[in-house]
Design a protein around this ligand. Structure first.
Ligand code: G4P
Length: 281
C-alpha cells in the first residue's frame, strides 16, 4: 500500500512550508476538516505549525456525518484549545455563523482596536484543508460568487494577493491544500472510502473490504436495512448478497464484483447508508 502513495510526502512538505511562511499574515486560520473524518482529514503536522495562532476548525459535510460521533470530536478539539463549528458548505448551512465564530476567537484584539477608534476590517485568513474537503465550495459560499479566482497570470502569484470574500474575510491567494498524512494505514482507507483521495490509489477491493467490515462493526443495522445483510456474513458473502440484491450480475449469473464495489462506495458517499463517521476517539 505505501508504495502506491509515496508521492504524497513531497507535496505535503511543500504545502506545510508554504503555510508556515504565510501564517504570520493571518488574523485567523480556518481549518476545514471532513466531519466524517475529524482525525483522518487533519494533518497532525499542521497542529504544530498553528500553535499559538488563532484558529477556527470547521467540520464540513456535516450533512454526511454521524453527528452523535461528531459532537465528541468537536469537544476533543475544543479541549485542545480550538474553536469549532460544523457546517455544510454545499447547502450553506451555518456558513453565516463562521464570521461570528471567528470574531469570538479574536475578541480581545478586536476590542483593543475598537478602543483605539479603529473600524472593524475584514479578517485576513487562509482556508486549509485536504483535497476535496470543500474549500472551493466554502469560498464560493463566503463570497457569494464564483469569481474568486485571481492572479492566474504567471508572475502575478508572486505578489501577495488578497481575495475579498464578502465583507467579512480576505483570503490569501495561496492554495490551502493540506496533504493528508498516512502514518496510520486506516487513514488511507478512510480517505479513499469518502473519496478524499482518488479511487485507484489504493486497490478498490481492499477499500471496499475495509468499508464493509467497518460498517459491519459500527453500523450493522444500516447494512441490514440497505442490503439485507445479516451480521455474521463474511466479506465475500456480503459482496454476493449485495450483487444479487442489486442485480450486479455478469453473464451466467456470476457476480460483477467491479459493479458491486462501485455500488457500495457510491452509496456510502451519497448518504444511502445514513450519516457516517469513520474516525473513533
Ligand atoms: P476542494 O476545493 O477542497 O477540493 O473541494 P470542493 O469544494 O471542490 O468540494 C469537493 C466536493 O465536495 C464537491 O462535490 C462539493 O460539492 C462537495 N461538498 C463540499 N461541501 C460539501 C458539504 O458540506 N456537503 C456535501 N454533501 N458535499 C459537499 P463534487 O461531487 O466534486 O462536485 P459537485 O458536482 O457535487 O459540486
Amino acid at each position: 500500500m505505501m508504495k502506491q502513495i509515496q508521492w504524497f510526502p513531497g507535496h505535503m512538505f511543500k504545502s506545510l512550508r508554504q503555510i508556515r511562511e504565510k501564517i504570520k499574515l493571518m488574523d485567523i486560520v480556518l481549518i476545514l476538516l471532513d466531519a466524517r473524518l475529524p482525525k483522518s482529514s487533519m494533518n497532525p503536522e499542521l497542529l504544530q505549525i498553528i500553535k499559538n495562532k488563532p484558529t477556527l476548525i470547521l467540520f464540513n459535510k456535516m450533512d454526511l456525518s454521524d453527528e452523535s460521533i461528531l459532537i465528541d470530536w468537536m469537544a476533543y478539539y475544543e479541549d485542545l484549545g480550538f474553536a469549532t463549528l460544523k457546517i455544510d458548505a454545499q447547502s450553506g448551512k451555518n456558513v453565516s455563523k463562521i464570521h461570528d465564530a471567528a470574531q469570538k476567537v479574536l475578541i480581545e484584539k478586536i476590542e483593543r482596536n475598537r478602543e483605539k477608534g479603529l473600524k472593524d476590517r475584514p479578517l485576513r485568513t487562509m482556508i486549509l484543508g485536504i483535497p476535496n474537503v470543500g474549500k472551493s465550495t466554502l469560498i464560493n459560499q463566503l463570497s457569494k460568487s464564483s469569481a474568486t479566482k485571481t492572479g492566474n497570470t504567471p508572475g502575478v502569484t508572486k505578489a501577495q494577493q488578497w481575495i475579498k470574500l464578502g465583507n467579512d474575510f480576505e483570503l490569501l491567494d495561496t492554495p490551502g491544500v493540506l496533504w493528508p498524512k498516512f502514518e496510520d494505514p486506516n487513514v488511507g482507507y478512510h480517505l479513499a472510502i469518502t473519496g478524499a483521495i482518488k479511487d485507484k490509489i489504493l486497490p478498490e477491493d481492499d477499500v471496499v473490504q475495509f468499508a464493509l467490515k467497518f460498517l459491519q462493526k459500527f453500523y450493522p443495522n444500516r447494512l441490514k436495512e440497505r442490503y439485507g445483510i445479516s451480521i455474521d456474513l463474511d466479506y465475500v458473502e456480503m459482496l454476493d448478497t449485495i450483487g444479487r440484491q442489486r442485480g450486479a450480475l455478469l453473464k451466467g449469473a456470476e457476480i460483477d464484483y467491479q459493479r458491486v464495489y462501485s455500488i457500495i462506495l457510491t452509496d456510502i458517499r451519497n448518504k444511502q447508508l445514513g450519516g457516517l463517521s469513520f474516525d473513533r476517539l
